[in-house]
Design a protein around this ligand. Structure first.
Ligand SMILES: NC(=O)c1ccc[n+]([C@@H]2O[C@H](COP(=O)([O-])OP(=O)(O)OC[C@H]3O[C@@H](n4cnc5c(N)ncnc54)[C@H](OP(=O)(O)O)[C@@H]3O)[C@@H](O)[C@H]2O)c1
Length: 284
């Protein structure tokens, strides 16, 4: 496998690996899986206070034998901690639980409409300026929220981490992020497996001698300024999800996969915290 370090995306001084290991919903063995991912070549690990996996992510990092400075660790602050004092406490708890002095990227996990963005983003910036996070960003922000966040935030936001895969178009968000020089980090990048039986994906995978998951991920990271954080619990899946840098999709294949967007499948939509999403016009 080629060095995954070659496949990075930069934005506002942050160098983000195009593929990171997502750690939501890991079962009993997350520390071993995280260590396996890092030993397989992953350099980015995505966790969150909400996932309850920070402790195991820290253990996995230490068990991997790879130096901290080689890794790009992301964690997130929940919408319950959007007030400044709660936010800072959450960041400190995350670092303590991870066993790290800093994270590479700190995200506001979900927007909290009851707290002014200026307060939450002010706390995010405070965490960065205090050395707790090297870079900052948001997650699950809509177009209007992203505009507001960029305007009230005195430090650059590096990414908006959102659901993105071939069944869910994000053209307008991609255009907005481009305007702000930000990365789209795609979660649910293989649509939790839904994409893997699609005949279009199956045919392209066959043509390249690759798996369906590799095609789904390649389609994402072949787009400018798009990174992805697939989760996998089996070691073979972990390894193959990073092994996508030795082939590319043709323009026609990219278009064929993009055409699957008409399904408009949104997977992560928790009613208690999801904003009113921007609808994409998927055409006729
Ligand atoms: N910011 C947010 O609000 C947010 C929300 C959701 C997720 N996330 C992040 O995004 C990460 C990924 O999202 P996700 O876990 O929801 O969905 P996902 O990565 O699209 O799907 C994970 C599922 O796909 C399967 N899979 C992965 N690679 C595969 C492969 N090569 N072959 C066959 N099956 C494969 C996995 O199976 P196996 O387990 O059997 O390998 C697992 O069941 C999360 O872990 C989390 O870090 C963030």
């Amino acid at each position: 496998m080629q060095s995954p370090k070659a496949f990075t995306i930069t934005a506002h001084g942050a160098t983000l690996p195009a593929i990171g290991y997502g750690t939501m919903l890991l079962p009993e063995r997350p520390a071993e899986l995280v260590a396996h991912a890092i030993r397989s070549g992953y350099r980015a690990i995505d966790t969150a206070r909400k996932y309850g996996t920070e402790e195991r992510v820290g253990e996995g990092i230490r068990a991997s034998g790879i130096a901290r400075g080689e890794l790009f660790v992301t964690t997130k602050v929940t919408e319950d901690n959007a007030r400044e004092a709660d936010f800072m406490r959450s960041v400190e708890t995350s670092l303590k639980t991870l066993g790290l002095d800093y994270v590479d990227l700190l995200l506001v996990h979900w927007p909290q409409p009851k707290v002014p963005f200026a307060e939450t983003l002010g706390a995010l910036v405070k965490a960065k300026r205090g050395g707790f996070a090297r870079h900052i960003g948001v997650s699950n922000f809509t177009l209007a929220m992203l505009d507001e966040a960029v305007h009230v935030c005195p430090e650059p936001l590096v990414t908006n981490q959102i659901e993105y895969h071939a069944y869910l178009p994000q053209d307008r968000m991609i255009a907005a992020l481009k305007k702000y020089g930000m990365i789209l980090t795609a979660y649910c990048p293989v649509a939790r497996g839904e994409l893997l039986t699609d005949p279009v994906i199956v045919a392209i995978a066959k043509a390249h001698g690759k798996t369906e998951a590799q095609v789904a991920l390649r389609w994402l990271i072949q787009q400018p300024m798009v990174a992805a954080v697939p989760r996998a619990l089996t070691e073979a899946h972990i390894e193959q999800n990073l092994d996508i840098f030795d082939f590319s999709l043709t323009e026609t294949e990219m278009r064929d996969v993009s055409a699957l967007r008409t399904r408009k499948l949104r997977i992560a939509d928790p009613p208690e915290r999801a904003p009113k999403w921007d609808d994409e016009d998927v055409g006729a």
